[in-house]
Design a protein around this ligand. Structure first.
Ligand code: HEC
Length: 157
């Protein structure tokens, strides 16, 4: 173990001990400050299903990169592109703020580009660069929004 590792473990241990010593009714944990999208339970289910599909496709693409299988990369990326069937009904889309739709659109067009470039450039490293851009977009939106179940209109905190 080098010094940096030792420091890290000491800090981790201190955090654990501190957490253990905190009284049950201690200071409130920090609240989730992200803006709330208020959806019906079944709408939340659809959005989260799409999210899990995103993650599954990223896994498929990562695996295809390791095999330099450009055809599979193009196929998988296209399945999440802007031409892919949209599972979210218009009345649900109407509840989503414009900014959310712009961020989601950016993910779909990045998948489009990934598919096109996989076919024309056939460079796995380039796909990886696009994967990084894609993940930044996933993270950006996750930093802004959370989904709450309710009947009311979507509201920003
Ligand atoms: C336009 C906004 C947006 C984009 C872009 C986005 N997400 Fe999400 N994602 C969300 C929201 C909102 C949630 C629910 C978060 C919450 O309620 O805490 C979520 C949840 C998830 C979940 C949890 C699913 C579950 O079953 O609980 C996964 C996995 C996920 N996203 C993956 C991704 C991946 C991978 C990408 C990029 C390819 C991505 N998301 C892009 C908004 C987005």
């Amino acid at each position: 173990m080098n010094d940096r590792h030792k420091q890290f473990f000491a800090a981790a241990l201190a955090a654990l001990l501190f957490a253990g010593a905190a009284p049950a009714a201690g200071p409130a944990l920090p609240a989730d400050q992200r803006a709330s999208l208020v959806l019906l339970d079944e709408e939340r289910h659809l959005v989260l299903m799409e999210m899990r599909n995103f993650l599954a496709v990223l896994q498929t693409i990562t695996d295809a990169i390791t095999r330099e299988d450009m055809k599979e990369i193009a196929r998988a990326a296209r399945s999440m592109g802007s031409g892919a069937a949209n599972e979210i009904p218009p009345r649900t889309v109407a509840k989503l703020p414009e900014e959310f739709k712009v961020l989601a659109g950016g993910v779909h067009t990045t998948f489009d580009l990934m598919a096109l470039d996989a076919e024309s450039l056939a460079d796995p490293k380039h796909t990886l660069v696009q994967m990084n851009e894609l993940l930044q977009k996933c993270n950006a939106c996750h930093g802004i929004y959370q989904i709450k179940v309710g009947r009311g209109a979507s509201s920003r905190k």
